[in-house]
Every structure is written in C-alpha cells, then in structure tokens.
Design a protein around this ligand. Structure first.
Ligand code: KG4
Ligand code: ZN
Length: 334
C-alpha cells in the first residue's frame, strides 16, 4: 500500500494549525511539517477566547500556513493526497472556517476532505515527534485522559477507533478551572502556566491553605471543578488585604492545583486498574502541567512496567494539526 500523506487543518479554538503527516502503516509515521499560529495575545485582553475574533484570525492565517506547508511538502516530495480537518468539538464559527477551507482546498486539488474529532487528536498526541516516530503494537486496552481548556475526560480504548467514554466533567473543564482561578488571583488567560509557576514558588513549610478535592470519593469517573473555583473565590473574599500578598497568592495557587490534580490522578488510577489497562495515553493543554506529569509518572511506576505512560511533548500538548492528521490516518488505517 502507498503511504498516506495527509494535510490537516485545526481551527477549533485559538490556535490555527496546519500539518502534513506521512503514515506507512499504523506503526510508522513521519511528520513532514507542523505549523501553529497562536492567537493568545489577541484574546488575552478579553480574559478568554472570543469566537468571532478567533474565526477572523483563522481566516487570515490559514492561507499563509497552508501555502507554507505545501511548499515544504513539495520540496520534500511529500504532497498530500488526503485532507483532514477538525470537525468537532470546538467553537462553531472557528470550526466552520477550517471546514470550509479544507473542503475548498480538497475540491481544488481533486482529493477528499475528512472531518476528524478534536479529542481523538488529543488522545493520540503523545506519540507525535518532529520527523519519524513509531507507535508500538500491543497498546490495548488503553485508558486515555484528556485535560484541556474545554474537556476533562477518561476513555477506555479497545483500538484507535473503538473507545468508550467512562466519565467527564459535569461543569468546568480542568484547564478552564485553572483559567478562572488565575483570573481570581489577578493573572491573564491562559491561566494554567501562571498557576503552575506560582505553585512552584510557594514554600512547602507555609502550606496551611487547603481546598477540598471535588468528587474524589465519588464512585464514578466524572469530575467537577466549578465548586473548587467557588471555594477559592469565597476564601479570597474573606482574606481582605492579605489576599493581595505575593506569598499568599502563591500558597493559594498551590492549594488549588493540589485539589484539582487529586481527582484527576485518583480516577485515572481507578480506571487503569478496573480495565487492566496496558497503556495510559494523556493529552490536552492541561498536561503541560509538570506537577500533573510527575504525579502520573509516580502512579505508573507503581505498576512496575505493566503499564506504559504516554505524555505528549510540550509542543503537542496544546492544539495543533499534527494530532488531527495522526488521528485521521490511524482511522484510515485501522
Ligand atoms: O488543549 P488546549 O490547548 O485547548 C483546548 O482544546 O481547550 O488547552 C488549553 C488549556 C487552557 O485552559 C490552559 O490554561 C491549560 O490548557 N493549560 C494548563 C497549563 N498549560 C496550559 N493548565 C494547567 N497547567 C498548565 N501548565
Ligand atoms: Zn484541544
């Protein structure tokens, strides 16, 4: 079989992504190029993503990135024969720009465009690397944890195309909670990196602040973060002037981060054990968090080599088109 060369387009939120990926089979892949143009600076002033502005930026960025990607593909003799685009979930006006662009480009090139699920992309993002990379055989059953700005989910996977959603957040997503608490502490969107930095600064010896971990004991795989955010808000309101002090802000960030991580790690552990998983796949902007990565590593070490942990490289934790291309190719090839 001829290798699959796919050009992918990602426009679900505030990153415009274009990538070309070559897949020889399910296990051997080469990332020809992955381009991402971030709009974070534009949305920062609004405290979150403004859908109509995001759509306008995607419209502006897509022709530039696609032209660049196709030039790289041509130079490396890897011109795409397939197009994949993020179909759902995401911001409707932003998704529509990507879909329309992908379908028009496919029409002009005389090839097909295929809609791909954004979350499937995050689930396989931990395999990605620049250039050639391999996906091992014998990964399943696998548990997948997605922690992004819009989702917090646990899945069990029988294959790359057969998955069951075990549970998800009932209100705010993991990343969203970091964004909202960061805002309460006076830091801009995206809040995750600020909370993480502040938590690192906090001295362990002063750690007298603690928040309850939401749904830690509940007998399911669901999450809830909005009560925790409200607990932080009420706590800050009670502190008066003290709430503006740098050390105090750092302590609060650390306590929030700990309370948010516990149910994520605890429920992932339960899912791995219940389904006798061989693999844990992690994805989404939230897994850029070093403390989460470390806690998951510590968890997996307990299984003494029976479970393998896949965490995305930092550049593939956030939204990108390489993960969309990989999800699409794995679907074609399964
Ligand atoms: O996956 P992503 O780029 O976009 C969505 O599909 O939602 O995730 C963005 C989210 C934001 O909420 C951001 O605050 C969060 O990921 N994030 C983090 C960290 N870095 C980014 N959350 C916690 N700790 C981090 N270091
Ligand atoms: Zn995402």
């Amino acid at each position: 079989m001829k290798p699959l060369i796919t050009l992918a387009i990602e426009t679900s939120a505030d990153e415009t992504g274009v990538a070309i990926l070559e897949s020889k089979n399910l296990y051997e892949h080469t990332l020809i190029t992955s381009l991402v143009s971030s709009q974070i600076r534009l949305h920062k002033t609004y405290g979150g993503i403004v859908p109509s502005l995001a759509a306008r930026e995607h419209e502006k960025n897509l022709p530039i990135l696609v032209k660049k990607a196709l030039a790289i593909g041509k130079r490396k003799d890897k011109l795409p024969r397939h197009i994949a685009y993020t179909q759902t979930p995401g911001l409707a006006p932003a998704l529509l720009i990507g879909q329309t662009f992908a379908k028009t480009l496919a029409w002009a090139l005389g090839i097909k465009a295929k809609g791909t699920n954004h979350l499937r992309g995050h689930i396989v993002s931990s395999f990605l690397a620049q250039g050639s990379f391999a996906i091992p055989q014998d990964l399943f059953p696998a548990i997948a944890l997605v922690v992004s700005g819009g989702h917090t989910q646990l899945y069990v996977l029988e294959s790359f195309t057969k998955s069951t959603l075990l549970g998800q957040t009932k209100d705010d997503a993991f990343g969203e909670a970091f964004d909202k608490v960061a805002r309460l502490l006076g830091y801009p969107y995206p809040g995750g990196p600020h909370i993480e930095r502040l938590a690192k600064k906090a001295q362990a010896k002063n750690a007298e602040i603690a928040f309850p971990s939401p749904m830690l004991e509940s007998n399911d795989y669901d999450f809830s973060f909005s009560g925790l955010k409200t607990a932080v808000r009420y706590f800050l309101e009670k502190q008066g002037e003290k709430a503006g002090h740098v050390d105090f802000i750092a302590q609060t960030a650390k306590a929030f981060q700990e309370a948010a991580l516990k149910p994520v790690v605890g429920k992932t552990k339960r899912a791995i054990e219940h389904y006798s998983a061989k693999t844990l796949l992690v994805g989404g902007g939230g897994c850029a968090n070093q403390k989460l990565r470390q806690d998951l590593k510590t968890l997996i070490e307990q299984y003494g080599g029976d479970v393998s942990l896949w965490l995305p490289k930092k550049e593939f934790t956030g939204d990108n088109a390489a993960m969309i291309a990989l999800a699409a190719n794995l679907e074609y090839l399964t």
